[in-house]
Design a protein around this ligand. Structure first.
Ligand code: NAD
Length: 457
């Protein structure tokens, strides 16, 4: 049997060898899930809800231990692992409260013996290929509403968060979700690729643009729902009337939280020339105050880089920016090993010739560019193939609204950043993806509307 070796990115040590799937076991699991799905869908919603409620209770009960697992396999600082699990509880509550109304059969017309109704039927067998950076969030955004709406789920956690994925499966099963209705698949790209050829009714992917594109190509001849939640190069503009210190503190957190490994991390900052220098000074001070070190220490803010190959991406962006004239204010190199470490890095005097300002960094590296006007900031913010989030800092809401209305992104922020709400749809424009999760739309997306035309005899 094949195994997946799990290493702690903060130390490099081997922490687990998990039995892994291969194409035969993926096919067998898909067949099991498909044949079990109809019975799950036939259960009343209240029964499915009580399973998810039980899962929630399991997360609460084991929260500290689950946070330790996540931190050991991803290098995420322990307090941030706890924050993620606590945040998950709010998302579960949202799904538990909203599913019934979101998928209730609607009567949209009734006249002269004719009735028209919309029924929301489950897709059937749903595949979820997931990322490691927020494994409970991005997994839960898919499998919780998918299960609640009557689907069976084949869940492939990232190979960098497989232990957390197995914990999700265990807690769901303990809470009463049948073992054939939620099935974890363990392994890397080859296991994800094997999943693509199964008779699935929907593919819900979270990960990089490159992999998303491969998946879209592989599924191009299949008439199934395809959702892709991909990367971003999320910009923020700090206007001349913003408080440079509070904006800098907020944006330093937005750029460096989870060691910059968030899909909605602040990845580019444009600051009006009038407050640029004050902003930069406060930003660097804030970054230099961030505590780095052992992710298992609850006081640590900057943890490890989860995937070793990302260190090469960061090195290349730093070298490219320096070669093109950017000024390095702090960091700019790897931290000492063992394990994968990168120093929080701040550049000024950057521009869009640099990959640092164009391609996702997905690490603790940020460029701050000086701008002379709102028009220039707007042009630069929209100068990207991505479109996940964007923000504006100013006390003037009307100014922020005018700017953000012209931004091509799925989520926009006024005086905040790096924020996701279960009540709002989470979606990307452009190369940041297609489809959405969260909000009531992110419940309905696991269903197909069926149109009923009913004439009384
Ligand atoms: P990744 O693309 O390397 O891997 C994602 C998943 O795809 C993993 O489970 C992996 O095993 C699987 N995979 C890899 N190759 C495959 C293939 N050929 N066929 C099928 N499956 C395959 O991404 P990652 O490093 O896990 O995640 C980081 C990326 O995810 C970043 O770009 C980040 O911005 C993005 N992300 C986006 C969101 C969002 O909501 N938009 C959320 C979190 C992360």
């Amino acid at each position: 049997m094949k195994h997946l070796e799990v290493h702690n990115p903060a130390t490099g040590e081997l922490i687990e060898r998990l039995p892994a799937d291969d194409s035969a076991s993926v096919a067998a699991k898909a067949a099991r899930a498909r044949s079990a799905q109809a019975a799950w869908a036939a259960r009343p919603l209240a029964a499915r809800r009580s399973c998810i409620d039980g899962f929630r209770a399991g997360v609460v009960r084991e929260l500290d231990a689950l946070a330790v697992i996540m931190t050991r396999e991803t290098g995420k600082p322990l307090q941030m692992s706890r924050n993620e699990l606590n945040g998950l509880l709010g998302r579960i509550d949202f799904f538990l409260a909203q599913t019934e109304a979101a998928v209730r059969t609607e009567t949209v017309f009734e006249e002269g013996g004719m009735t028209e109704q919309i029924e929301h039927t489950p897709l059937g067998l749903v595949a979820n290929i997931s990322a490691w950076n927020y494994p409970w969030f991005v997994g839960g955004n898919v499998f919780l509403p998918a299960l609640l709406t009557g689907n069976a789920v084949l869940y492939k956690p990232s190979e960098y968060a497989a232990m957390s994925g197995l914990a999700m499966a265990r807690l769901l099963h303990q809470a009463g979700v049948p073992t054939d209705i939620f099935i974890a698949l363990i392994g890397g790209a080859e296991v994800g690729a094997a999943l693509l050829s199964q008779p699935i009714d929907g593919m819900f992917f979270t990960g990089s643009h490159a992999t998303g594109q491969r998946i879209a190509q592989a599924l191009s001849s299949r008439m199934i729902r395809l959702q892709l939640e991909l990367g971003g190069k999320d910009p923020t503009y700090v206007c001349d009337d913003a408080n440079p210190v509070t904006a800098a503190e907020s944006l330093a957190d937005g750029a460096m939280y989870n060691t910059g490994q968030s899909c909605c991390s602040v990845e580019r900052i444009y600051v009006h020339e009038k407050i640029h220098d004050a902003f930069v000074e406060a930003f660097v001070k804030s970054v230099q105050g961030m505590r780095r070190g052992d992710p298992m220490d609850a006081a640590t803010y900057i943890g490890a880089i989860t995937r070793a190959p990302q260190l090469d991406v960061l090195d290349a962006q730093v070298a490219d920016a320096q070669a093109l004239g950017a000024r390095l204010l702090c960091g700019g190199r790897r931290g000492p090993g063992p394990g994968n470490w990168y120093e929080p890095t701040v550049f000024i005097d950057v521009d869009h010739r640099m990959t640092l300002m164009r391609e996702e960094s997905f690490g603790p590296v940020i460029g701050i560019q000086k701008v002379g006007s709102d028009e220039e900031a707007l042009r630069l913010m929209n100068d990207t193939r991505y479109g996940l989030t964007a923000g504006v800092y100013t006390p003037d809401q009307a100014r922020a609204r005018t700017l953000l209305a012209q931004i091509n992104a799925g989520s926009v922020y006024w005086n905040c950043c790096d924020r996701v709400s279960p009540r709002l749809p989470w979606s990307g424009h452009g190369d940041s993806g297609v489809g959405l999760t969260l909000s009531t739309y992110g419940i309905q997306t696991f269903t197909r509307p069926k149109a009923w035309h009913l004439r009384q005899p």
